[in-house]
Design a protein around this ligand. Structure first.
Ligand code: NAD
Ligand code: TYD
Length: 355
């Protein structure tokens, strides 16, 4: 059992990172400190954690910096005596990786390399430390109608995003085999929940539903994703950094496969329930648009290994979790306004025309 004292969280102002920092600080058995290194790209929103400087002044620090900046990364390791890294920082949106892959190669590959080098220099032969790398099921490629991804499934990334994440996974694994760096990797399925940037399917649809805007469904809407609540993901990471075995990969999924079009219908149903309007007022907004190039057909995770080894399981009631997520977006207009003042202004509108 590891008890981290000083955790470096990268990308903590993003969706999963901000949820993870809140999760850690809420755990009674975690008494350590957190330093959040984030470059505040379009996806990073310091407002997601604005209260923590006041509620946890001794235990939470924010460092505005780029994971590709060797000097900043080294200084952060030294000044905060980092013993654990939980590495979320990444360019994370597939559509953006198609129209502009360069930032993905830089942050996801060069940034991960820079962190690994700093960890190796700071930790030398220490074994009481851990570099946990957050990755995606998209590295495994696209499934047909059956089967699920195992930790042993061969990598077959198809988008610049998934290729850059696959490369970063290989680097992390190589640092373990070559230099003995204590590492763990987790590959998880699509997350949903509060603080997710509204370029991803679920928050984009919720916002458009609320504003009566078209709901852009790519292709035939038959692509399948395995949806995982972000709180379940954070709990899984918590188990891995406490009890995961160095050198191991853990798959994290929701046992919860949905076709995109069915998710959109479910969201229409939930919105109707929440607002008292007729469901047809929402379903009439569904608009099939041109498909994403190279759109992976199906992802599904087999999370038997983390269930068996660490006793972690996803929460089963998807409709209740999705309803709570819808409520969060409806109840937090200030957060939504804050992300809209950034670079994001319905970026996708200009990239996909109605079919
Ligand atoms: P996000 O896009 O919401 O947040 C990314 C964060 O990283 C932002 O705060 C951004 O400012 C920061 N960042 C980007 N480039 C940086 C740089 N060069 N230096 C420092 N900070 C930088 O991402 P997310 O959805 O929270 O995803 C977090 C991690 O989880 C990523 O590694 C992603 O690949 C992985 N993942 C996400 C999902 C999902 O469904 N969201 C699923 C599987 C894996
Ligand atoms: P997304 O949230 O971008 O996650 P990922 O591509 O990493 O799985 O997309 C989830 C699914 O929803 C994917 O199959 C693409 C599809 N999608 C749409 O149909 N319309 C949209 O507006 C978006 C953002 C995604």
């Amino acid at each position: 059992m590891r008890t981290p004292k000083n955790i470096l969280v990268t990308g903590g102002c993003g969706f999963i990172g901000s949820n993870f920092i809140r999760y850690l600080l809420a755990r009674k058995d975690f008494t350590g400190r957190i330093v959040n290194l984030d470059a505040l790209t379009y996806a990073g929103n310091p407002q997601s954690l604005a209260d923590l400087a006041e509620t946890h002044p001794d235990r939470y620090r924010f460092v505005h910096g780029d994971i590709c900046d060797e000097a900043v990364v080294k200084r952060t390791f030294d000044e905060h005596a980092v013993d654990t890294v939980v590495h979320f920082a990444a360019e994370s949106h597939v559509d953006r990786s198609i129209s502009g892959p360069a930032a993905f190669i830089r942050t996801n590959l060069v940034g991960t390399f820079t962190l690994l080098e700093a960890a190796r220099a700071a930790w030398k032969t220490r074994t009481d430390v851990l570099f946990h790398h957050i990755s995606t099921d998209e590295v495994y490629g696209s499934l047909g109608p059956t089967g699920r991804f195992l930790e042993t499934t061969a990598y077959d990334p198809r988008s610049p995003y998934s290729a850059s994440k696959a490369g970063s996974d290989h680097l992390v694994s190589a640092y373990h085999h070559t230099y003995g760096l204590p590492v763990t990797i987790s590959n998880c399925s699509n997350n949903f929940g509060p603080y997710q940037f509204p370029e991803k399917l679920i928050p984009l649809m919720i916002l458009n539903l609320g504003e009566g805007k078209p709901l852009p469904v790519y292709g035939d809407g038959g692509n399948v994703r395995d949806w995982l609540h972000v709180a379940d993901h954070c709990a899984a990471i918590g188990e891995i950094i406490a009890r995961g075995r160095a050198g191991e990969t853990y798959n994290i999924g929701g046992n919860n496969e949905w076709k995109n079009i069915d998710i959109v219908h479910l969201l229409c149903d939930i919105l109707a329930e929440q607002t008292g309007k007729r469901k047809e007022e929402y379903t009439k907004l569904i608009t099939f648009v041109a498909d994403r190039p190279g759109h992976d057909r199906r992802y599904a995770i087999d999370c038997g290994k983390i269930e068996r080894e660490l006793g972690w399981r996803p929460t089963p009631d998807f409709r209740a979790l999705l309803t709570a997520t819808v409520r969060w977006y409806l109840d937090n207009p200030a957060w939504i306004a804050s992300v809209r003042t950034g670079e994001y202004r319905r970026w996708l509108d200009t990239h996909y025309g109605a079919r």
